[in-house]
Write a new protein. Structure first.
Length: 240
């Protein structure tokens, strides 16, 4: 529509420049009016295009934030479960580390020993975030506090969580390597002898989850909940 208006008034300018129907003063005044109309139409077209583009961008942002909220809610549930799982791992290693070298395997020992290979590492639901980041659209989020919080969660907090998990995994790998290098025969008595040796006990104690590990899980959850609140407060997010 704006292009048609510009074309129409452009033709009117050409007609005024070529006609001798009116005096020069009249034609100059009319040409000025036509140019002003064309300028207004151009500016209006630019504004409408920018408004439409901004509206489209914000709709994409709201769709992303709605999905991100669901991802974070799932991650919060996962981390709560994982914290419970690590407490169970701790109970396993405390029991094994407390066994007396001169003792013998009890009814609990076999099942507990077999659970030593259990582990669980956090894999966040972040493919949506990665896609929005790679598309260059993340900066379309117009709340700078929300944008900073999302960036810190994935680029600052997540690596810290993974670092703590990496330390725990490294301790588990050392325990496995010790078992595989030393164990000659299979059987509860051989397993018991292995784990109640001085090195076995030391490696078992190193398997206890650190306070820092738990603290980073809690902080990731807390930051995720804070982001969800900011998402709910973002303009136009009602009902998402």
């Amino acid at each position: 529509m704006a292009e048609q208006e510009i074309a129409k008034h452009g033709k009117q300018v050409i007609r005024l420049l070529t006609t001798k129907e009116h005096g020069a003063a009249y034609r100059l005044r009319e040409i000025g009016i036509e140019f002003a109309t064309i300028l207004f139409a151009v500016l209006l077209s630019i504004w409408l295009h920018g408004w439409s583009e901004h509206r489209h961008q914000q709709q994409e942002v709201r769709t992303f934030l709605g999905g991100l909220k669901k991802d974070l809610q799932n991650d919060i549930g996962t981390l709560d479960e994982m914290a419970g799982a690590y407490r169970s791992f701790d109970a396993t290693y405390r029991y094994l580390a407390a066994l007396a070298p001169e003792g013998t395997p009890d009814e609990r020992f076999d099942a507990t020993y077999k659970s030593m290979d259990s582990n669980w590492f956090f894999i966040p639901n972040k493919s949506r975030y990665d896609g929005f980041l790679m598309s260059g659209k993340l900066t379309n989020i117009e709340d700078p506090e929300l944008l900073s919080a999302v960036l810190w969660l994935y680029q600052g907090m997540l690596p810290q969580v993974q670092l703590s998990e990496g330390g725990w995994q490294g301790s588990q790998r050392k325990l496995r390597d010790y078992r595989d290098d030393v164990l000659v025969e299979d059987g509860d008595q051989d397993y018991y002898r292995l784990l109640t040796s001085p090195k076995g006990k030391r490696l078992l104690k190193q398997m206890l989850t650190t306070d820092q590990h738990y603290a980073r899980y809690r902080e990731y959850v807390a930051r995720s909940k804070a982001i969800i609140k900011m998402i709910d407060a973002y303009p136009g997010m009602a009902g998402h």
